[in-house]
Write a protein that binds this ligand. Structure first.
Ligand code: CTP
Length: 374
C-alpha cells in the first residue's frame, strides 16, 4: 500500500474509488489503486506535505504525485456526458459531488467509494449487495449504447470473479448486440479484448461466442470451435508471449481489420493466412512450413485447420536441428555452392525420420549424398 496521506494533508474528502474498493471487499489484489478527491485534485495535491507533483492532466483534473518515493494518481470527481455514443465521453464538470462521479460509471460493483480518513464505505447504487450476490448490473439502460466496451468489461469481470450478469443487464446487452452501432472507439474495444482474453479462460471464449459478443468485432456470423483453446494454449504457454494470448482466441474470428493491430500482431495473422491452404503431407513439409513461425501462429493453425499437425510439429519436430554446417563440408573438400543447401535438406529429411542420428552419422550421410550428387 502507499504512504499514509492522513498525516500529510486533510483527507476528509479523499476516497478510494471503484475497482480498488471492490477488490478489497472481495479480498483480491488490485491492479491499481484509484483515489478520487471531491473537488479539484490538482489544487488538493499542492496541499499534501512533501508531495512531489509529477504530472498534471488539467482537462481531466488528474494529478500524479510522489510521496515518500511512491507514486499515486489522484483524480478529481468529475461528471461526463456521451455526446457521441461509443466514443470517449466529454467532461462536463470537474469537482462535482461524489454521487455524480460514481453515477457515470459502468457497473454497481465498481461504484463503491471508501473514505480515506475514516474507512467508511459509501454505496450509492447497491454495489455492496451486488458484490455479495456476485451480480454485474449497469446503472442505467443506456450504459451499453453509450459505451459498448462495457459489454466486454462485464464479460471480463464475470469470468475474473465468477460473477453473473443481472437479467435486465443481460437483456440490454442482447438488445444492443442485435442493433449494434459500429461507429465506436475500437482502441478502447481492443484494450478490453486484450484484458479479457489474456486471462486465458475458456469460459470467456464460450460466453463471447454463445452470447454473440463477438458481434462487437465483426458483422459476420461465426461458429464456435470445438477445441478447448485454454487447454491448447496452456500446454504450450512456455513458447508463447503472454501478451499475445488474446490474439489466438480472436483469430478464430476472421475479421480483425478494425482493431488496428500492431506490426507483430498483423504478422501472426498474416503468417497463418499464408499457410492455411498448404497441403502438409510429410514431416519435412511440416517442419519447413512452421520452422520460422511464432508458436502463436502454429496454435492458430491447430485450432482452425489441423490440430494434430500443429501438435506433431510442436511435440516432435520443433527441436530437431542438424549439426553439420558449411565448415564441415569445406573440410570434406567441397567448394561452397548450392549443393550445400541440397545436402543440408537431405540430412534434415533423414533426421526428421530418425532424430537419434549423431553428428558422425550426419557426416557419413553427407559423404554419401555428395558422392551421388557432385
Ligand atoms: N469505467 C467505466 N467505463 C469504462 C471503463 C471504466 O465506467 N468503459 C469506470 C469503472 O467504474 C472503473 C473505473 O472507471 O471502476 C476505472 O476503470 P478501470 O481501471 O479500467 O477499472 P477497474 O475496475 O479498476 O478494473 P481493473 O481491476 O481491471 O483495473
Amino acid at each position: 500500500m502507499h504512504s499514509d496521506i492522513n498525516i500529510l494533508a486533510d483527507t476528509s474528502n479523499l476516497f478510494y474509488i471503484g475497482g480498488v474498493v471492490r477488490d478489497k471487499i472481495l479480498e483480491k489484489e488490485s491492479f491499481d489503486i484509484d483515489l478520487t478527491y471531491v473537488g479539484n485534485a490538482i489544487e488538493y495535491a499542492q496541499t499534501i506535505k512533501n508531495a512531489e507533483i509529477l504530472k498534471i492532466n488539467e482537462p481531466f483534473g488528474t494529478v500524479r504525485v510522489r510521496i515518500d518515493g511512491q507514486e499515486t494518481d489522484i483524480a478529481s470527481t468529475r461528471s461526463e456526458i456521451y455526446e457521441r455514443p461509443g466514443h470517449l465521453p466529454i467532461i462536463t464538470q470537474i469537482g462535482c459531488s461524489l454521487k455524480q462521479d460514481v453515477l457515470r460509471r459502468d457497473f454497481t460493483i465498481n461504484t463503491l467509494a471508501q473514505n480515506y480518513k475514516t474507512g467508511e464505505i459509501i454505496d450509492y447504487t447497491g454495489g455492496l449487495d451486488d458484490i455479495k450476490a456476485g451480480k454485474i448490473k449497469v446503472l442505467h439502460d443506456k450504459s451499453f449504447i453509450e459505451d459498448p466496451t462495457r459489454i466486454l468489461r462485464a464479460l471480463k469481470f464475470s469470468v475474473r470473479f465468477g460473477f453473473g450478469l443481472d437479467e435486465h443487464t443481460k437483456m440490454l446487452r442482447d438488445d444492443y448486440l442485435k442493433n449494434i452501432n459500429y461507429d465506436m472507439s475500437f482502441k478502447r474495444l481492443k484494450k478490453e479484448l486484450i484484458e479479457t482474453f489474456n486471462l486465458n479462460l475458456q469460459k470467456a471464449y464460450d460466453e463471447f461466442m454463445d452470447n454473440k459478443i463477438y458481434k462487437l468485432v465483426t458483422q459476420k456470423e461465426i461458429s464456435k470451435t470445438g477445441i478447448n483453446i485454454q487447454k491448447f494454449i496452456t500446454e504450450y504457454d512456455r513458447l508463447i508471449e503472454h501478451s499475445n494470448i488474446w490474439l489466438i482466441y480472436l483469430a478464430t474470428i476472421s475479421d480483425l481489420a478494425n482493431l488496428e493491430l500492431t506490426k507483430e500482431e498483423k504478422k501472426i495473422i498474416k503468417d497463418f493466412n499464408s499457410i492455411e491452404n498448404l497441403s502438409l503431407n510429410t514431416d519435412y513439409e511440416i517442419y519447413n512450413t512452421f520452422k520460422n513461425l511464432k508458436t502463436e501462429t502454429i496454435i492458430i493453425y491447430g485450432i482452425l485447420k489441423n490440430e494434430s499437425i500443429a501438435r506433431h510439429y510442436l511435440n516432435n519436430l520443433k527441436n530437431i536441428t542438424i549439426s553439420i554446417n558449411g565448415a564441415d563440408l569445406q573440410r570434406m573438400g567441397i567448394k561452397p555452392s548450392p549443393v550445400y543447401q541440397d545436402c543440408f535438406d537431405y540430412i534434415l529429411k533423414q533426421k526428421l525420420a530418425n532424430k537419434n542420428l549423431t553428428s558422425e552419422d550426419e557426416i557419413s550421410l553427407a559423404k554419401k549424398f555428395l558422392i551421388n550428387n557432385n
